[in-house]
Write a protein that binds this ligand. Structure first.
Ligand code: PHE
Length: 454
């Protein structure tokens, strides 16, 4: 290993809670509260949720375990770890693809996180009070089309992300997230209660929980697959990076299940907070990327003390976004510093800068600029699609192939603490999933989405 950091100096998480907090911190973010509702809204609601859950259990959790196995057995960054797991330098290519995915995701993640910061500011100014649903929607549309303010907030968000990774204070952040995240959870619960007690809310609950099977098509399945990967931070090395710091005492299966369950509960709560309100206010569930920003201020308006509530909620959402963006930047930093021999500081700086440089164009894709951009977010959609629906599932596919077919099974047995691999049903099922079920399922979803089975 070329890097400046070795196994003994790398450090590890001291407590189980620290581990779950960090991995869950990466998983829980805008993906749950912003992306899940808008994807569910555009892909048929209940049908999307059903497929999401099936993919989560059959593919998502097993792949998270596979990433944990790769990370903890090597104690390296994703590129080094995958080279080791695949016993060849080519395995590193999967890791490099993950680093590129991290760049691209951070580019548009910072756009949306910037919107969230702006919403803290708007809530402090009490801009939404007394506005009609149409007017609240208009506030969002005008804001993203304006250009300067979204760029400003995006840069602020990126500077904070870089600052945290640069100062190496992720652990310090963890101290705060320990009570801030449960608070976000509590707020979501209150929002849910308010939302389901609005008139007509039952329609929204039906939309989210009763699957309409005719809504299922290949695109819906691909979007659900992409959402599982995005929401669980899979397929690009985040979970490999984090698990490289896990201690040997940790039960990987248990951790993967705990993180996935927490992540799913938050997404479901976001759905329950959003859709009843959407229907109560006569809005369109398929509104798209702006859904949450158009709907939530209306739910806050319907709450006593709504303004304070809104300020705190959007603030907590920014924190949730930060614990995810840190994990994205950490992948770039760990790679560049351990594999390219660039100092940690320089790695973090250029990682953040380069991502911001791409991110500027993402933010500008919402701005109509004559001769340059239609303002229809084409670049945003392109990156969102490319990363969630192609790069992450492809990365996951290659990771399970490496773990299922190439990695020494002894290491896997050791990592999962399996004593009798011949007779252990859990382990045999797991092997079956990572060798056959998960790779074949992902491959079929890819094929069907490009019209192969038509
Ligand atoms: N899972 C994060 C979220 O839901 C986003 C993310 C994706 C973070 C991939 C790291 C890697 O917000």
């Amino acid at each position: 290993m070329k890097g400046k950091v070795n196994k003994t100096t790398r450090g590890s998480f001291a407590t189980t809670f620290g581990i779950i907090a960090a991995a869950a911190g990466s998983a829980i973010g805008l993906g749950n509260i912003w992306k899940f509702p808008y994807e569910a809204g555009q892909n048929g609601g209940g049908a999307f949720l059903l497929i999401y859950l099936v993919i989560l259990i059959a593919i998502g959790i097993p792949i998270m375990m596979a990433e944990f196995i790769v990370g903890r057995s090597s104690h390296k960054n994703p590129v080094g770890a995958l080279k080791e797991a695949s016993r060849s330098a080519t395995g590193g290519i999967v890791g490099i693809m993950g680093v590129i995915a991290a760049f691209l995701i951070l580019a548009f993640y910072s756009t949306v996180a910037g919107w969230t910061m702006h919403y803290v500011y708007l809530s402090v100014k009490n801009v939404f009070a007394g506005l009609s649903p149409e007017e609240i929607n208009l506030v969002f549309k005008q804001f993203i089309a304006g250009g300067y303010a979204p760029l400003f907030w995006q840069a602020v968000f990126m500077i904070i992300t870089v600052g945290i990774v640069l100062l190496g204070v992720e652990k310090g952040i963890e101290r705060y997230t320990k009570f801030l995240m449960p608070l976000l959870f509590l707020f979501l619960l209150i929002l849910c209660v308010r939302s389901v007690t609005l008139p007509n809310s039952i329609q929204g609950l039906k939309f989210l929980f009763v699957p309409n099977f005719t809504a299922i098509n290949t695109q819906v399945i691909l979007n659900a697959l992409g959402q599982v990967f995005f929401s669980l931070s899979l397929g690009m090395g985040t979970m490999i990076t984090y698990s490289s710091y896990f201690s040997d005492k940790e039960n990987l299966t248990k951790t993967a299940i705990q993180v996935s369950v927490l992540d799913t509960i938050v997404a479901l709560l976001a759905g329950i907070a959003i859709f009843p309100a959407v229907f109560a206010m006569g809005l369109n569930p398929a509104e798209g990327t702006g859904l949450v920003f158009g709907v939530l201020p209306q739910v806050f308006n319907a709450l006593p003390g709504g303004q304070i509530f809104a300020v705190l909620f959007f603030f907590l959402l920014v924190i949730a976004a930060l614990t995810s963006s840190i994990s994205l930047l950490e992948v770039i930093t760990a790679y560049s510093c351990e594999e390219l021999n660039i100092t940690r500081k320089a790695s973090t700086l250029w990682g953040g800068l380069l991502s911001l440089a791409v991110g500027v164009f993402v933010t500008l894709s919402f701005v109509p600029i004559e001769g340059l951009s239609s303002g229809n977010a084409i670049f945003f959609d392109f990156l969102d699609n490319l990363t969630s629906n192609i790069m992450l599932p492809l990365g996951g596919l290659l990771i399970v192939i490496i773990v299922g077919w190439i990695m020494d099974p002894k290491i896997i047995e050791n990592q999962l603490r399996v004593e009798n691999p011949e007779t252990n049903i859990f382990y045999k099922t797991y092997r079956l999933i990572i060798r056959y079920l998960a790779p074949i399922a992902i491959f079929m979803i890819f094929l069907s989405s490009i019209g192969f089975f038509k």
